[in-house]
Design a protein around this ligand. Structure first.
Ligand code: 13P
Length: 254
């Protein structure tokens, strides 16, 4: 954790969830009460098809809703894409951009990611900008070089703690059950903090840096106890309300 930064837990449902998953969303909305919200900000990012119904279900609760991606343009001839303005129109407040699965599946570059982050800001959304090295990059000791480049090119000028959250997700830890050691996470998050402070001054000091990759109820507390880990971006364990709320609860107690 970072003193004075409110922890933040985001659930990324990825391409999972149909209407029959809405009972899980309703349970999450019920579970994120004022007492929890007092200590932790909680966001769930369902697929775009469920976005509007998710914001409706969480209306009048502190649970917040986000999307998993957006186009850099506000509207136009881009078949199949969703704009940040459309997310805002569905009452979403956040949008994940630059997830490694989009970088791999859709060839998104840092340049695209920066454009999407700016689109989020234009629409009044907070961008959750993902960065992360591959296993080969990690094994060859190039993690910081890769992350430094991603931070420099994916995070646009002028980012603040209000419109931007950084999520460090080592690609090799996503969905694998593997996580870096707490010492490794501490070193990488310290590196990310230094880069953010150098570029954005006080905003960089206050910007939340999440860890993502195989976060589960049983390792959440240990991970959040690491310096400069201000929360989690949770994939698989965010699909079930019980697991997701258990992670949020453990963050409340830290
Ligand atoms: P898992 O928690 O399933 O490893 O996924 C992490 C992730 O990619 C969240 O964006």
């Amino acid at each position: 954790m970072t003193p004075d930064i409110k922890p933040f837990v985001a659930g990324n449902w990825k391409m999972n969830g149909q209407r029959d998953s809405l009972d899980q969303l309703a349970l999450m909305a019920r579970g994120v009460d004022e007492a929890l919200f007092d200590k932790v900000d909680v966001v769930v990012c369902p697929p775009a098809t469920l976005l509007y119904v998710a914001t409706t279900l969480s209306e009048d609760t502190p649970l917040m809703v986000g999307a998993q991606d957006c186009h850099r343009e506000a509207k136009g001839a881009h078949t199949g894409d969703v704009s940040a303005e459309m997310v805002a129109d569905c009452l979403g407040e956040f949008c994940i951009v630059g997830h490694s699965e989009r970088r791999t599946d859709h060839g998104e570059t840092d340049f695209h990611v920066a454009g999407k982050a700016q689109a989020c800001w234009r629409a009044g959304l907070t961008a959750i900008i993902c960065i992360g090295e591959t296993e080969a990059e990690y094994d060859s000791g190039r993690a910081e070089e890769v992350l430094g480049r991603q931070l420099a090119m994916s995070v646009p000028e002028g980012a603040t703690e209000k419109d931007t959250v950084i999520a460090y997700e080592p690609v090799w830890a996503i969905g694998t059950g593997k996580t870096p050691s707490p010492d490794d996470i501490r070193d990488i998050h310290a590196f990310i903090r230094d880069v953010l402070v150098e570029r954005f001054g006080g905003h960089g000091e206050r910007m939340r840096i999440l860890y993502g990759g195989s976060v589960k109820p049983d390792n959440a507390t240990e991970l959040l106890s690491v310096n400069n880990v201000d929360g989690a971006l949770v994939g698989g364990a965010s699909l079930k309300a019980q697991d997701f709320l258990a992670i949020c609860e453990s963050y409340r107690k830290v």
